[in-house]
Design a protein around this ligand. Structure first.
Ligand SMILES: CC(C)(COP(=O)(O)OP(=O)(O)OC[C@H]1O[C@@H](n2cnc3c(N)ncnc32)[C@H](O)[C@@H]1OP(=O)(O)O)[C@@H](O)C(=O)NCCC(=O)NCCS
Length: 402
């Protein structure tokens, strides 16, 4: 079985394959927009296996900077993955995905994330490592007070810079959030079925936006962006209005609890829901040394706010590869040379992935077989400070594809 880069002449085969596998046209759109318009794509990012000259299985990766705390690392979002129904259950997907992991490592990615079947991706080193969160606006809630004049209008291309700034600002503290660029195709080229609108202030500046569509058949807001409380009020009232128009008692908004709009709506009586246990949001560390090197400043920030701000010591992390963190009075540096007497964390990949994203903390993970901490309580606490629990969530496809 040879896994290789897709040839552009095979794209129509691939579209047919994903239509048949998913019974929807969404995945075809994802691939079409990416291969045509994503300026980051490299020829090997769409990988296939063929039988008798016909593509039977495929995967694609999207190159995106991803946040881990305040660090920005080299990320690969995997979407979609499919095998033609006539060829399923014969090991094609495994061949493609195992090859893809090697490819992503060789391409220098730090981490890969995806949303997918929890039974499938652990075969390739992924583990549940992200949460799905949503905000619920109830049609019975009271409207928010909006004092200043504003205007609502459909999105136009000139809005993309302001919207990108708002998006990156609203997601700046969320681990696994992708950093977006103002490239038009990341937002809304022609043909999108999403209703994308912006709100402007009295000076005509964009202060917020929302995209309305459906998620698994339910009306929802895929994304909102807000610059300030004024924008929050307008967005809130628009969602409330939509809930009434669509005649739903609960209107969903896919949003992180840390998002300023989630906080605003929460204060106005909405519910924030965090779904755990599904395991569909997954991550896999690819290059731990480069990942932790990219995270050095973030690790320093975490230490700075703890009793270890003045620590001199070393932590060796043994997972798929070994990484050594040297901590010197608040400074962190990374290498691979082990040091005698250092604190040590032995952690297999399925536990290292959620530790890195903050989906699970070391206190929970150390209960798992094969996760061991050498250095006693002090070492355990240091690891907890370096890798605190949070609510990682990202890898959402840009609005264009809905
Ligand atoms: C999911 C899908 C991609 C799997 O493709 P496939 O080529 O049939 O998969 P494979 O035969 O390579 O099997 C994949 C792995 O899952 C294992 N597996 C298969 N069925 C399983 C099951 N029901 N439970 C647990 N593991 C299972 C296989 O043993 C194999 O693992 P291994 O290589 O470690 O032995 C394919 O069924 C598909 O295209 N489905 C529709 C689209 C879709 O759901 N895509 C994924 C979206 S997240």
């Amino acid at each position: 079985m040879i896994v290789r880069a897709a040839d552009p002449e095979e794209y129509s085969d691939i579209f047919d394959l994903v239509d048949a596998a998913f019974k929807s046209h969404l995945e075809r759109k994802i691939i079409r927009v990416t291969v045509r318009e994503d300026s980051h794509i490299q020829p090997g990012d769409l990988r296939v296996v063929s039988v008798d000259g016909k593509v039977v299985s495929m995967m694609m990766l999207l190159r995106r900077p991803l946040r881990v705390g305040t660090a920005v690392v080299n990320g690969a979002i995997v979407a979609p993955v499919a095998t033609h129904p006539d060829h399923q259950g014969k090991g094609f997907c495994s061949a493609v995905m195992r090859d893809a992991v090697q490819y992503m490592k060789a391409q220098g990615f730090d981490i890969t994330i995806l949303w997918g079947n929890p039974w499938l991706y652990p075969h390739y080193g992924y583990s549940p490592a992200m949460v799905r969160t949503e905000l619920v606006v109830k049609s019975t809630q009271k409207k928010a007070d909006v004092k200043n004049p504003y205007q609502v209008r459909p999105f136009v291309a000139a809005d993309v810079e302001a919207m990108t700034r708002i998006y990156n600002n609203n997601t700046a503290r969320r681990t696994c959030a992708e950093v977006r660029s103002p490239a038009m195709w990341e937002w809304k080229p022609n043909g999108s079925e999403v209703e994308l609108e912006v709100v402007t202030d009295a000076e005509g500046e964009v202060i917020g936006y929302w995209s309305l569509g459906t998620d698994w058949g339910r009306p929802c807001a895929h994304e909102v962006g807000v610059l300030n409380d004024e924008a929050c009020g307008v967005v809130f009232n628009r969602l409330l209005e939509t809930a009434k128009t669509k005649d739903v008692t609960e209107f969903y908004c896919i949003i992180h609890p840390d998002h300023p709009f989630a906080r605003f709506a929460f204060r106005h009586g909405s519910e924030v829901r965090i779904r755990s246990g599904g395991g569909a949001g997954m991550a896999r560390v690819l290059n731990p040394v480069s990942l932790l090197t990219e995270m050095e400043k973030e690790l320093e920030r975490r230490l700075h706010h703890s009793e270890f701000h003045d620590l001199e010591g070393t932590l060796t992390i043994v997972s798929e590869e070994t990484v050594v963190l040297h901590i010197d009075h608040g400074r962190v540096s990374t290498d691979t040379e082990t040091v005698a007497g250092a604190f040590q964390l032995d952690i297999p990949l399925p536990s290292f992935n959620p530790l890195i994203t903050g989906y699970l903390d070391i206190i929970e993970l150390v209960k798992r077989p094969h996760v061991t901490v050498t250095g006693g309580k002090h070492a355990l606490r240091l690891i907890d400070v370096l890798f605190p629990a949070g609510l990682p969530s990202g890898g959402f496809l840009p609005l264009v594809w809905e």
